[in-house]
Ligand binder design. Structure first.
Ligand code: ADP
Ligand code: 5GP
Length: 202
């Protein structure tokens, strides 16, 4: 059995990552998702343990001290981190796993896992990003401004990614993410076991 692959997904807040991933997981429940530990307040509609584990700053700092995180970052005054253990468990079991992180998190994961495949979710325009972020209605005006400021720097770093998926039409964007994942599964490095299996039976 081959190991699963790690897919990193980033994109500015409001670019549509959650929307796209929700649809992707409905179609492909075989793909695992890395649940981040974070210290920001829970938004309305968020469920503990679904996308995030909401932890105190003290608990987060203990995770850092115990080296339990693959990476972590301070984003708009809150900690966000990827626990190591579930990523190792999924890939060892042959499951692909998606890690949603910001651009700094992605850079840190690449250093530790150079074979990880990274995808940047791009909004069609900056104006549309602001419209979506405002339309979502989950943040104050001040936080939206901070996130738009952060978005500019993040988009400039999209060149660090292997793939860019523009989220204009939702269905097309989900299809494009899925194409990257399926294409990666077909690469020689991930198919060697098939060659051996066929050769063993000839
Ligand atoms: P992120 O997870 O990147 O912060 P969300 O998935 O929460 O972004 O999307 C931000 C807002 O934009 C949500 O209200 C969502 O419904 C909307 N949205 C996402 N994708 C599209 C799209 N392709 N066209 C129009 N609105 C979208
Ligand atoms: P939000 O508060 O909108 O849920 O997320 C804010 C930002 O944090 C997004 O860019 C998101 O991709 C990123 N993020 C989510 N989880 C992690 C994580 O575990 N590590 C890092 N570095 N960033 C994360």
């Amino acid at each position: 059995m081959n190991k699963g692959s790690v897919f990193i997904i980033s994109g500015p807040s409001g670019s549509g990552k959650d929307t796209l991933l929700k649809l992707l997981f409905e179609k492909h429940p075989e793909i695992a998702f890395s649940i981040s530990s974070i210290t920001r307040d829970m938004r309305e509609g968020e469920v503990e343990g679904e996308k995030y584990n909401f932890v105190t700053r003290e608990a987060f700092e203990t995770m850092i001290a115990n080296d339990e995180l693959l990476e972590y970052n301070l984003y708009v005054n809150n900690y966000y981190g990827t626990p190591k253990a579930p990523v190792i468990a999924a890939t060892e079991a042959g499951r692909d796993i998606i890690i949603e992180v910001d651009v700094n998190g992605a850079a840190n994961i690449r250093k530790k896992l150079p074979e990880a495949v990274s995808i940047f979710i791009m909004p069609p325009t900056f104006t549309e990003l602001e419209r979506r972020l405002t339309g979502r209605g989950t943040e104050s005006k001040e936080v939206i401004k901070q996130r738009m400021d952060s978005a500019l720097g993040e988009i400039k770093r999209a060149t660090e990614y292997d793939y860019i998926v523009v989220n204009d039409n939702i269905e097309v964007a989900v299809d494009h993410i899925n194409s990257v994942i399926q294409g990666h599964r077909l690469r020689l490095q991930n198919q060697k076991h098939i060659i051996n299996e066929v050769l063993e039976k000839c």
